[in-house]
Design a binder for this molecule. Structure first.
Ligand SMILES: [Zn+2]
Length: 285
């Protein structure tokens, strides 16, 4: 490739490569130290292809480098808010977990309160039955009150056990609440740190983006006018992926081989777009 390029530049390259033409207009002098592609100074009607200002590989390399750097920086700018969003979601989940833990304590306390009321009324009932027992008119009535007292005391004892279990449960649930509070607080701290970091990085990256956009605008001004439209179209649709180096006769964007004609055009500093992926190609250093 390099040899061919040197050959072309010296104009020594004649036979084994298709003529690098945009039209069939002749004369073309391919031998000797001076050659022209299309003598369009004299024959402008023949050919539009060679009215193009030279499109230097160096300019295209520079443009592609800037586009890739901008793309990388913009990715970083997009990544920041996503990182913040992940932490915001995390904090929301931790807040929900805290609320659920607090609610569990509240519900268990309410249930325990109800059981304590039930226990109290069961104790009152036992007291009432004991009074009635003392006034029993018969053995049968006495036995009936005794049985009722036993049953009520049994139910009360079950309630009392349940209440004790509830106290244990409340203790465990309250421990879970303080754990959930701690997690929520550390989630919030992490979110705040992340926001600060993203804001600080964003400022630096936005500065770099602004600088590169300036460099890009300056470089794009050097593009020949008739290339600019196609260049802008491909950059709009593909971004930094709109350009690719051609090396070893292959488009490095899609891996497809380019034609000899395209290679020649590239050597002649003409705009060449990959036929399979559409990328604007340039010759590597
Ligand atoms: Zn390609």
């Amino acid at each position: 490739m390099a040899g061919r390029m040197r050959g072309l530049r010296r104009g020594l390259f004649v036979t084994n490569v298709p003529l690098p033409l945009g039209c069939g207009a002749f004369p073309v002098t391919m031998a000797g130290s001076d050659f022209s592609i299309c003598d369009n100074d004299r024959l402008p009607a023949h050919c539009g292809a060679d009215t193009t200002m030279a499109l230097s590989a160096e300019l295209l390399r520079g443009l592609h480098r800037i586009h890739m750097q901008l793309s990388d920086l913009r990715d970083r700018l997009d990544r920041g808010p996503r990182q913040v969003k992940v932490r915001e979601n995390n904090v929301a989940q931790l807040a929900a977990a805290l609320a659920a833990a607090e609610d569990a304590v509240k519900q268990t306390k309410l249930a325990t309160d109800r059981k304590q009321l039930d226990l109290r009324s069961s104790e009152n009932k036992v007291e009432e039955l004991k009074v009635k027992l003392n006034t029993a008119a018969s053995n049968k009535e006495f036995q009936a009150f005794t049985d009722q007292i036993a049953a009520t005391e049994m139910a009360g004892s079950v309630l009392a056990d349940e209440i004790l279990e509830s106290f244990d449960k409340i203790e465990r649930l309250e421990a879970a609440v303080s754990e959930a509070k701690k997690n929520h607080e550390s989630g919030k701290t992490e979110l705040a740190k992340c926001r600060d970091k993203v804001a600080a990085e964003g400022e630096v990256v936005r500065g770099d983006v602004a600088r590169l956009e300036g460099e890009l605008a300056a470089a794009e001004k050097q593009l020949p006018a008739d290339v600019r439209v196609d260049y802008q179209r491909i950059i709009r649709s593909k971004g930094a992926e709109g350009m690719a180096e051609m090396s070893d006769s292959v488009c490095q964007g899609c891996g497809q081989k380019v034609t000899l004609q395209m290679e020649n055009d590239l050597m002649m500093e003409k705009p060449v777009f990959c036929k399979s992926c559409g990328r604007l190609l340039y010759v590597g250093e």
